[in-house]
Design a binder for this molecule. Structure first.
Ligand code: FEO
Ligand code: CA
Ligand code: CA
Ligand code: CA
Length: 596
């Protein structure tokens, strides 16, 4: 069996106990600080944040709301760029007396548009431990805000398609802004991939589109009418009214590539990667050097996808590499179990072969201008990818969130967050639990360990929940020694190949958190909680730096609980005041390796 350095552990910290504290709770011997908060200045001329006196002009220069994906791009040992997604806004926590988009001021709506998107900020190491701080002085030449109003470009086979054309952009090549950027990935050539997820909530009048378009609006659950909880972006930008501009919805739901080292660069929506509720987009290389992107569509009964580029990655050839995501094949996953259906009774009892496992295939959907789906053109497959995947019999999963390849073991791990709607009749070996409240983690092992393969083996190393619940599984590890875990969302790996899992929506009654689990050796399945986040928050963006001295987490939506408002906050994190979504860093007080 593999030891340390091979996904096999070397973790000695004392786990954090489940709790409901309004705090970032970390293990004994560790320290934490806030790196950057909602409203902190990003551009050098940004004003200081004032909760009681916000403006759209200020917000467009300040750190946005609800931080999600976090990646760090080194600039030497002690300096780096930090990229952070700003997934969505919670106006009822941002503004006093907010009663919905219909009655919001136009300034509030403009603030919300500016609080979406992403940020690039320079950070620097503080001292000799793992602490990092926001650079607040000097030129900060790379610092940048990208918002729902930033000019962007489409590239790839669907760029210019009729389905992407609008009155404001008759050529279908220049979308404006990005929305609901959840998680993401970082390419081998140093750009950021940021994934547009729940884009259905930003429009109005989805029921007033042309009849031929209506089934697609429905398949993407896009808002109909003008519900009270809609942000009503249409009140300041008419494009969000689908009765007037029905194709505008098709211009969101993509993976966007951004060069953080070029603040003047135009973000690019890569149409070859398909359109759905993209959770993340993590890259790896096939054995022959082609780029592979793993992607999940985070809704109940949705699919797992991968893209394989046509050409190979060439180290150092940026110009070449930056077109790799425009040409290639988009696949969707089909999972087949190897145990009889009669052994999948939802009790949590493993099948008689001892594992939820089996084989799978990647079904091609589209390659450039060639569609593999009957009755759909290549453009239609790329813009209405969910409909294409329905037609080829892909496997409907329990909310596929982050998918990432373990750089040490080669296994591809998938977080399946939950699916309380799955009935006993809908259970299959890859989604073995009916009414799946707590989710599971699935491992794909590509044939010959080649990410470019068209077939794979798979198994489920982690069935989440309270370890006392018989319907949980921790890769066979002694369940009296593991931490409870619910609703796995984002994944990452440390240099030793340990799997780090953050959660969103703990159904066990405690706060969300970050966990780590060795995947090989005697500690395989020994899941331990590393931190918990404050009341109402989810844990996003976990990142263990390559020197293994720092862990970054995005604390998203602290204080987002039923009925909370600025007059009745349920969280005061991080400053004892109104809650502010923030990125935090955790390190060992003596500078030891994370987890030691
Ligand atoms: Fe934005 Fe699926 O989490
Ligand atoms: Ca089996
Ligand atoms: Ca997520
Ligand atoms: Ca990840």
């Amino acid at each position: 069996s593999a030891g340390k350095g091979h996904g096999g552990g070397d973790l000695r910290f004392t786990p954090v106990a489940p709790n409901t504290d309004d705090a970032l709770t970390i293990p004994k011997g560790y320290r934490s600080s806030v790196v950057v908060r909602w409203g902190d200045p990003v551009l050098p001329d940004a004003p200081a944040f004032d909760f009681e006196d916000q403006s759209a002009e200020a917000q467009a220069k300040q750190f946005g709301y609800n931080c999600d994906y976090v990646t760090l791009l080194p600039m030497g040992r002690d300096r780096a760029l930090l990229w952070v997604n700003h997934e969505y806004t919670d106006e009822s926590l941002m503004f006093r007396d907010y009663t919905g988009g219909a009655e919001a001021t136009e300034e509030q709506i403009q603030i919300a548009l500016a609080a979406h998107g992403g940020s690039v900020v320079e950070i620097e190491r503080a001292g000799h431990t793992g602490e990092w701080k926001l650079v607040t002085e000097g030129r900060r030449r790379y610092n940048r805000r990208i918002t729902a109003q930033t000019p962007m470009a489409f590239s790839g086979p669907a760029a210019g398609s009729d389905l992407l054309r609008t009155a404001a952009d008759p050529k279908g090549r220049k979308p404006v802004g990005m929305l609901n950027n959840c998680s993401g990935g970082t390419t081998p050539w140093g750009t950021v991939l940021t994934a547009e997820e729940n884009i259905d909530q930003y429009f109005v009048n989805g029921d007033k589109v042309p009849a031929a378009q209506k089934p697609y609006i429905d398949r993407y659950t896009i808002t109909t009418g003008t519900p009270e909880d809609n942000r009503r972006f249409d009140r300041v930008e008419e494009r969000f009214d689908l009765a007037k501009h029905p194709n505008e919805a098709n211009r969101f739901g993509w993976v966007v590539e951004i060069d953080p080292f070029d603040p003047d660069s135009t973000p690019v929506k890569r149409t070859a990667l398909g359109r759905f509720k993209h959770e993340a987009a993590n890259t790896t290389l096939a054995r022959d050097g082609r780029v592979v992107v793993y992607m999940g569509d985070d809704s109940r009964f949705e699919y797992i996808y991968k893209f394989v580029s046509k050409d190979r990655y060439r180290h150092g050839n940026d110009r070449h590499n930056r077109s790799l995501l425009d040409e290639g094949t988009l696949y969707v996953a089909k999972f087949t179990g190897d145990s009889p259906d009669s052994e999948l009774d939802g009790s949590g009892k493993l099948p008689s072969d001892g594992e939820f496992d089996g084989s799978g295939e990647w079904i091609p959907l589209v390659s450039g201008n060639r569609s593999y789906v009957d009755g759909m053109s290549a453009d239609e497959v790329l813009v209405y990818t969910r409909v294409a995947a329905d037609k080829v019999g892909a496997t409907k999963m329990d909310r596929p969130e982050d998918i990432e390849r373990n750089p040490v073991t080669g296994g591809v791990y998938v977080a399946l967050t939950n699916n309380t709607n799955r009935t006993p009749a809908q259970v299959n070996e890859a989604n073995p639990r009916p009414s799946n409240k707590h989710g599971h983690v699935l491992e794909i092992v590509e044939r010959r360990d080649d990410a470019g393969s068209k077939t794979f083996a798979w198994s489920i190393p982690l069935v989440c929940g309270d370890p006392k619940d018989a319907a949980t599984y921790f890769a066979g590890f002694d369940k009296s020694k593991v931490s409870p875990i619910s609703c796995p969302d984002n994944l990452t790996f440390d240099k030793d190949g340990n799997l780090w899992i953050s959660t969103d929506g703990n159904e066990l009654g405690s706060n969300d958190g970050l966990f780590v689990m060795p995947v090989r050796g005697k500690d395989r399945g020994h899941l331990r909680q590393f931190l918990t986040v404050p009341v109402g928050a989810e844990t996003c963006g976990p990142l263990v730096t390559s020197d293994q001295r720092s862990v970054f987490v995005a604390v998203q939506h602290p204080g987002e609980t039923d009925g909370a408002s600025p007059d009745k906050p349920s969280s005061h994190w991080p400053d004892g005041d109104q809650p502010r979504p923030s990125v935090a860093v955790v390190w060992h007080g003596q500078g030891r390796k994370i987890g030691a």
